[in-house]
Design a protein around this ligand. Structure first.
Ligand code: CTP
Ligand code: CA
Length: 222
C-alpha cells in the first residue's frame, strides 16, 4: 500500500522515537556500539508520519534516509540521546524507544589515540541511563512503547521489561528474525496479553504496530 492510502489514525498526535544504535567513544578513533541498522525505528517513524502524527526522531549513527515529514535529531552517544529525548519531550503524546542503546560506556574517553603495547588492556565501563525507563517514570509521561530484542525466551523477557519499566506496550522480537534485515516478525505485549503480528517487511510491521498503538490510545482516551 502506498503512503497516501494509509489510515490517518494518529492525526493530532505528537510522537517521539529513538532509533539506531548508540556509539560510546573509547578514544578519538574507537568505540563500542550495538548492532542496529536503524531500519525498524525509521520504518516506524515513517508509519507514524503516514498516519498523520507530528514525528520527531532521535537517531543514533545509521545509514538510513530521513522519512518524509519527520523531524530528525542526530546523536552519537547514549548520553546525547537522553539529552535530545528530554529536550524534545514536552507535549509528546507517544514515546517509542526503538534504539539499541549501549547499556555501558567507557568510564573515561581519552583525548588521544590509545597506543598499542604488548600488555593487557582493560577498559572500565559504567552503566548508561535507561532513557525509556526515565521517560516512563515521569509524571505526565507520554504513552510509552518499548522494544525487546531477545535471543531466547521472548515472552518472558518482554513481559518482564514491560512491568519493570511500567510500559503499556512492548514490541518483542527474536534477534534472529529481525536484526539487520528488511523483514521482521514481532509480537506485541500489553496488559491484555500477547498479540503476534503477521511477519513481513519492516514497513508493514511498523504499520501494524501503529494500528495497535492508535487503538490503545483511543481506549485510554488521552
Ligand atoms: N532502552 C533505553 N535506554 C537504555 C537501554 C534501553 O531507552 N539505556 C530502551 C530500548 O530502546 C528498548 C527498551 O529500553 O525500547 C529495552 O531495551 P533492551 O536493551 O532490550 O533492555 P534492557 O532493559 O537494556 O535490558 P537487557 O539489555 O539486559 O536485555
Ligand atoms: Ca540493553
Amino acid at each position: 500500500l502506498a503512503a497516501s492510502t494509509q489510515p490517518k489514525r494518529l492525526v493530532g498526535k505528537r510522537v517521539l522515537l529513538t532509533a539506531g544504535p548508540t556509539f560510546e567513544a573509547i578514544d578519538p578513533v574507537r568505540g563500542i556500539t550495538n548492532s542496529s541498522s536503524g531500519k525498524m525505528g525509521f520504518a516506524l517513524a515513517r508509519a507514524c508520519a503516514e498516519a498523520g502524527a507530528e514525528v520527531t526522531l532521535v537517531a543514533g549513527p545509521t545509514a538510513q534516509a530521513t522519512p518524509q515529514g519527520v523531524k530528525r535529531v542526530d546523536v552519537i552517544s547514549a548520553l546525547q540521546m537522553r539529552d535530545a529525548v528530554f529536550a524534545n519531550l514536552a507535549k509528546q503524546d507517544v514515546f517509542i524507544a526503538v534504539a539499541a542503546v549501549a547499556d555501558y560506556r567507557p568510564a573515561k574517553s581519552v583525548d588521544h589515540k590509545i597506543k598499542k603495547t604488548n600488555a593487557k588492556l582493560t577498559i572500565e565501563l559504567v552503566p548508561n541511563p535507561d532513557i525509556l525507563a526515565e521517560v516512563a517514570a515521569k509524571k505526565h509521561a507520554p504513552f510509552c512503547v518499548g522494544f525487546a530484542a531477545e535471543s531466547r525466551d521472548l515472552a518472558r523477557y518482554a513481559e518482564t521489561k514491560r512491568k519493570a519499566k511500567k510500559l503499556p506496550l512492548v514490541v518483542g522480537n527474536l534477534v534472529q528474525d529481525g536484526l539487520g534485515g528488511d523483514d521482521n516478525s514481532v509480537t506485541l505485549f500489553d496488559a491484555r496479553g500477547a498479540h503476534p503480528l503477521p511477519p513481513g517487511d519492516k514497513l508493514d510491521v511498523a504499520r501494524g504496530i501503529v494500528e495497535h498503538i492508535a487503538g490503545m490510545l483511543k481506549k485510554t482516551k488521552r
